[in-house]
Design a protein around this ligand. Sequence first.
Ligand code: OAD
Length: 237
Amino acid sequence: MKAAAKIISGAEYLIALTGAGVSRESNVPTFRGVDGLWRNYDPMQLATPHAFARDPKLVWEWYSWRQALIAECDPNPAHTTLAEWEANAILRCLITQNVDGLHRRAGSEKVLEVHGDLWATKCSSCGYRGRLDSPAVGIPLCPECNSMLRPNVVWFGESLNRDIMTRVHEELSLADVILVVGTSALVQPAASFPLVVKYTGGKIVETNIEHTPLTPASDVHVSGKAGEVLPLLDQLL
Ligand code: OAD
């Protein structure tokens, strides 16, 4: 913990990468692991363009269920610590794979949501982009062309948003330390972001309840729950 705090305190440009583990203590299910979503649901039936083309109602039911679940969740001390670090200019940018919006709800503003936003929609045929303010009912339709809207999240087999990726790469090139919180580091390209920082001379601090493929490349690994580790780290800065 002390070693991690020392690296964070000494950082000139600290960024963070978060995954589902940062929201676990807010009761948002992770994807992998014991009670992970992908243990009980098949991503190929729910989170691919092909799945949406085949059964849009099923896909929307799944997203509506997650929207309702997340609407009941609140940010936890991991989210609030990261938001405070941004407000105090300790943290320059937060890259998240999460679509739950909890970082923004905790007050983080410089957030790059590389896998999209659970509440955002886009039209399956025209360029319309929208936002739901409550869980979807049935299949929402485009107000401009009446085609089906789809969740504006990144599905398996899809590319990440080009503008967001440009900003991610700018941040990775500026960062001298990346704090990696609660990701299994199994999904590309996000899993490689910390390595970009490392290979340009920066450091990786990882915190997770388990070891990941990123652990051997990390300068420090802090074992523990994000909602406990981050406030403790904060006290050591
Ligand atoms: P995963 O579910 O793959 O991994 C969650 C990680 O969080 C694991 O390494 C756990 O050990 C760790 N974890 C669990 N509870 C924790 C806690 N309380 N504190 C700290 N760590 C904890 O989630 P991601 O790595 O985010 O993509 O998954 C990456 C992507 O795979 C997701 O964004 C999603 C999924 O398919 C898309 O939907 C495109």
